[in-house]
Write a protein that binds this ligand. Structure first.
Ligand code: HEC
Length: 276
């Protein structure tokens, strides 16, 4: 009996310091370490290029497309939407610190009063609501998609800066993390199977991106014209493994975005970029 108690006490002593280190910060550092050990030649900041970080030819194509992006008119349309005054004369800029510049990297953030994760798109809708305007559907690429294709560029160059503080925030982060690591669908793949274990490797014709850097550059224009928000991409990846996708803007995806964004902390943002 005495020995059991001693053994237990020993186990607790060992577990306590470990527990102190575990948590979001530890998760992120482990992932960064995992990728940098496996791919020492890829610079940390280059994770924002996704699969192109592993493919110089694709990166060269990206660079040349980004010189004169075919989707500039869409971003300009988004700028008009962002600047158009509401009926009360105010604009979106009035709802954000610094007129909306260098703020997108703080999202998603955990709102203690609401008890849930608030994405940048939700903050935009909160702004519309506050000013008596109709809200936009997150899934609508022609409205919300176009608007954020400009609004997020106001944070270009900002470093991702997601905070997980307090029990509610930690619970949301943990739900997102669990979603990321849980196997699902007929193919029984987790997000992590492709974007951690097999990141940098080829899946059919595509190279798989690392989860670190996946949240920094949204929305993207696939093929140069098709606008995708991050959560629209989640739908596509869920379908790839023949799992039933969730709705963009659902709490499940918001928590997932919270986790994915946190592990991209420290990386520079650049919205509205080309993707193959
Ligand atoms: C069967 C493998 C597979 C699984 C599982 C998978 N994805 Fe993907 N994902 C891909 C491929 C292929 C691409 C396109 C190449 C790339 O950018 O990685 C992609 C792209 C992405 C991108 C866009 C990266 C960028 O910079 O354009 C994100 C974000 C993403 N996946 C998130 C997820 C999440 C979250 C999950 C789990 C819900 C998931 N994926 C599950 C294969 C997968």
């Amino acid at each position: 009996m005495k020995r059991t108690i001693l053994a237990l006490a020993g186990a607790i002593l060992i577990a306590a310091p470990l527990a102190a280190f575990a948590g979001p910060k530890h998760d992120r550092e482990e992932l960064v370490h995992f990728f940098s050990s496996r791919y020492p030649n890829i610079k940390f900041n280059n994770y924002v290029y996704g699969s192109m970080a592993f493919n110089p030819d694709a990166k060269a194509q990206y660079d040349s497309i980004m010189e004169f992006p075919p989707f500039t008119p869409v971003i300009e349309k988004g700028k008009k939407m962002w600047e158009k005054p509401f009926k009360n004369g105010k604009t979106f800029a009035s709802c954000f610190p610094n007129g909306g510049k260098n703020v997108a990297g703080d999202y998603p953030m955990f709102d203690n009063k609401l008890g849930k994760v608030v994405t940048f798109e939700m903050a935009i809708n909160q702004c519309l609501k506050k000013n008596g305007e109709p809200q936009l559907s997150y899934s609508n690429m022609k409205t919300m998609g176009v608007l954020v294709s400009y609004a997020r560029t106001l944070s270009d160059g900002m470093k991702m800066n997601i905070k997980v503080k307090g029990p509610g925030a930690l619970a949301a982060y943990t739900r997102g993390k669990e979603f990321f690591y849980r196997r699902r669908g007929q193919l029984n793949f987790a997000c992590a199977t492709c974007h951690v274990d097999n990141a940098g490797k080829r899946l059919r014709s595509q190279i798989l991106s690392t989860v670190v850097g996946q949240a920094t550059h949204w929305p993207v224009f696939r093929g140069g014209t098709r606008l995708f928000t991050l959560q629209r991409r989640y739908v596509g990846c869920n379908k790839q493994v023949r799992a039933v996708p969730f709705k963009p803007g659902s709490e499940v995806y918001n928590d997932l975005e919270y986790f994915e964004s946190y592990v991209s902390n420290g990386l520079p943002m650049h919205a509205s970029v080309f993707r193959p």
